[in-house]
Every structure is written in C-alpha cells, then in structure tokens.
Design a protein around this ligand. Structure first.
Ligand code: UGA
Length: 429
C-alpha cells in the first residue's frame, strides 16, 4: 500500500519504519526541511533504540522522506496524521497542526483515501477533521477519516508496534475499516474496531489509568514510610494478583515524559469543559506534582539550606532509554537547588546535550557518574540507567565528601542500602 505519514516526529518515524519493514511503501513528510535533509542523510533527530537500523533496512526501497507534502499526499491510499498536539496553558490540547495538515491533505488528494489520526487528540476531533476534509476535498473523490491511536513507549517503541498487544481502529464506514484491516493484516494481534470517539477515548483512558496506577503506588509508598512498611514488598505481592498486574507499580519520584503529564491534564480539562470533574485524574496529577519534590523534602532533613553544597545529580531524562527531558523530575529539582545556591554536578549517559540547551553553564557536566559524585555533599538519583544501578557503595564512599544518597527510583543495589558507611533514603522503604 502507498502510505504517507505527516509529521516526522517520534510517533511518525516509528510508524513509518515499522510499516516500511512490513513491505508498505511509506513516505514520511515534514514541513521542517532541515529535518528531512537530516533524515535523507541517514541522521535521526531523536534517540530510539533500534530505530536507526530499522530505517536503514528499508530506506530508499520502501521508506522515503520528503518535504513536498502535497506531492506525497496526492498519491497515497492512506495518510497518517502524526503531528504534535502540545499542551496549551490551560491544559487543553492544541490542534492547530492537526487541523492544518487535514486541510492540506484534503486539498492535495486526487484519489480515494483514508486519513488516519495517530496523534493523541481530544474526543470528537475526528468529527471536526471530517468536516474540514469535506469542505476542502474534490467532491468526486472519497476520503474517510479514521482513528488509530498509538501505544508506543519511548525506548521500546519498535517492539510496542511490531508486537503490539492490540491495534485499535475507530472508523465510521466500511471503506476505512477494510483499508486499515488490510494495512495491518500482517500484524499478529487482535484488531479492535469501534467508533472514532471511543478509539480516541481508549488512548486517554489507557495513559491516564497508567498514570493513576503510578500515583496510587506513590501514595502508598509515602504512607509506607510513615507506618514503616516496605512498598517494594507491597507492590510485588499486589502485582501477583492478575486483577492488578505487576507493571506500572514501581514507586518513585513521579512520572514524566511527553505523554502522561499532558494526557492527564487534557482529559481533566475536557471533562471540566463538559461540566464534569474527573476526581481520580485530578488526584493523580496533584500526587505527581508533589512526588517530584519528595527528594528535596528528604534532603532538608540533612541540611537546613543547600547554599554552598555540592550536589550530584545522577540521571536527567524522564526515564532510561531516551534523551527526552520533557517533564522530567530533574527539571523541577535542579532549579530549586540552584536557587538556594548549591553547586550542581550532573551525569546522564544520553540526556546531557538536551539538558545543556536549557541549563547552559549553570551546572557542571560530568562524563562519568564518578566525576559527578566527586566531593559531593548529597546525591540525587533521578533516572534508573543501568550504569547508575550498578554503582557500588565503595564508589559513593570514595568519591563523596558526605555520602548521603537520595535514590528517587529505588534502583541502587541492596548492598548499598545495607552498607552503614552510606546514608541512603529511598521511596517508600
Ligand atoms: C507512555 C505509555 O506507556 C505508552 O503506552 C504511550 O503510548 C505513550 O505514553 C504515549 O502516549 O505516547 P512513555 O511516556 O514513553 O509511554 O513512558 P512510560 O514508560 O510509560 O513511563 C512514563 C513515566 O512513568 C516515566 O517517567 C517513568 O519513570 C514513570 N513510571 C513508569 C513510574 O514512575 N513507575 C512505573 O511503574 C512506571
């Protein structure tokens, strides 16, 4: 099938690479000519495990990049819209780009096609897109609009798509339904069909449920600290109940990334707009915001002020396996420490370049975890990268002036927490 993907961001590139790998002819377009030039030169604008290799395997045969959007749209049987829907100040989703692309596709189309909305959009968007398309399309051609939400996690996106547990398709007519069924026929998983509004809701309801699960275990962790219980044991036993499941029950300093924070706020905003309050989601958002300050509160037990202290920050990204800093706890913790006059030494295996573009020279960048720990009075562990997990008690003792470690991911070795030369605080333990 001839497929075009509008938007060469994270979702667009992964979708393009996977469909090209399945034998479809895929053109990925973007208005950003520099990005397209980079992609055509074999350089990826994002870090995602396995993506570069997958792209190379079909580049030039099944996978193409172009900034001539109209030319790509007019020859396609399926066009995916995978542009960003950033959060507006009030928490609602900004649909400017989605609307604009829908109009351009409709104007360019010269054959029957299905427009598939992959971007995460508020419930009801497909209906508005359908009316935009009908306003601008040639009346002699048929264009259906469908919803096909993505469930890709950064760091495992290729696997999440190629070995998806389900594919959700929202459609309102047989043409859209059968076209997408054919496109996904080689994927070995159930295809769940429903109307477009429900498909759009599946995406928000899934992300918000996972965010809720994390905030729930974080609250239980906070209570465990008060009543002297161990949240890791509690979560393990809870997770063995198949009705609960063991994933997304890891207590820590809160969720970040481009999805959970945005999608919880967007659904909460949407409910408010319809005069309904989503109390559970509101609570999840509040718990998460407080959780990000948890280590700062713990640190105050040891130091009245951070003025003049050297603080090591291990891990900057919102989770391992990505260079993405969006809504990462580091972005909340570092400014507080800097404001109070601490000297900050940071380490992250892939996130330092992005961090530097925000924090410039206000912090020191270390090329190893050991260098970041050098002479430190405090250490914050914010991301559970494997090399951070593997640090031993000896390293902390040798490098730090005062080995006080605040492990916001409960990821350090058990031998560290048992070593009485170190002071270690974790979450819910
Ligand atoms: C999330 C969803 O997991 C994907 O299914 C979804 O498609 C994606 O959003 C999206 O909407 O595009 P992602 O943001 O890449 O994926 O990251 P996750 O692995 O879900 O982690 C999100 C945050 O939750 C991270 O900060 C992580 O550290 C935190 N987390 C996760 C916990 O604190 N505890 C857990 O048990 C799990």
């Amino acid at each position: 099938m001839k497929v075009t993907i509008a938007g060469s961001g994270y979702v667009g590139l992964v979708t393009a690479a996977c469909l090209a790998n399945k034998g479809e002819t895929v053109t990925c377009v973007d208005v950003n000519e520099e990005k397209i030039a980079q992609l055509n030169a074999g350089r990826l604008p994002i870090y995602e495990e396995g993506l570069s290799e997958l792209m190379q395997s079909s580049f030039g045969t099944h996978l193409f990049f172009s900034s001539d959007c109209s030319a790509a749209y007019c020859n396609s049987e399926v066009v995916f819209i995978a542009v960003g829907t950033p959060e507006k100040k009030d928490g609602s989703a900004n649909l400017k780009h989605v609307n604009q692309v829908a109009e351009e596709i409709a104007k360019a189309a010269n054959q029957d096609m299905v427009i598939v909305i992959k971007s995460t959009v508020p419930i009801g968007t497909n209906q508005r897109i359908r009316s935009i398309v009908n306003r601008f399309k040639d009346p002699n051609i048929r264009i259906s609009v469908a919803s096909n939400p993505e469930f890709l996690s950064q760091g495992s996106a290729i696997r999440d798509m190629l070995q998806a547990p389900r594919i959700v398709i929202g459609s309102e007519d047989t043409f859209a339904k059968t076209t997408l069924e054919q496109l996904y026929s080689s994927f070995d998983c159930p295809i769940v069909h429903m109307d477009c509004n429900s498909a759009e809701m599946v995406k928000y309801a899934s992300n918000d449920f996972l965010a809720l699960k994390i905030s729930y275990i974080n609250e239980i962790a906070n209570l465990c600290e008060i009543v002297e219980a161990n949240v890791e044991d509690v979560a393990h036993a809870m997770g063995l109940d198949p009705r609960i499941g063991d994933r997304f029950l890891k207590a820590g300093i809160g969720y970040g990334g481009s999805c959970f924070p945005k999608d919880t706020k967007a659904l909460h905003w949407l409910a408010n707009y319809h005069d309904y309050e989503l109390k559970t989601i509101k609570a999840a958002i509040e718990v998460n915001e407080n959780q990000k300050l948890k280590l700062i509160k713990k640190a105050r037990k040891y130091y009245d002020s951070f003025e003049g202290l050297t603080v090591a920050i291990l891990g900057l990204t919102f989770k391992p396996g990505t260079d993405d800093l969006r809504e990462a706890p580091s972005l909340v913790n570092v400014p507080i420490l800097l404001e109070e006059g601490a000297r900050i030494q940071v380490y992250d295996p892939v996130g330092m370049k992005n961090f530097q573009s925000i924090f410039r020279e206000t912090v020191c960048y270390s090329i190893t975890p050991e260098a970041a720990l050098k002479d430190a009075d405090l250490c914050f562990v914010l991301t559970e990268w494997q090399e951070i997990r593997e640090l031993t008690a000896d390293i902390f003792v040798k490098q730090m002036q005062h080995p006080i470690i605040l492990d916001g991911r409960n990821c350090l070795k058990k031998s560290c927490s048992k070593d009485n030369r170190l002071t270690i605080e974790q979450i819910g333990l």
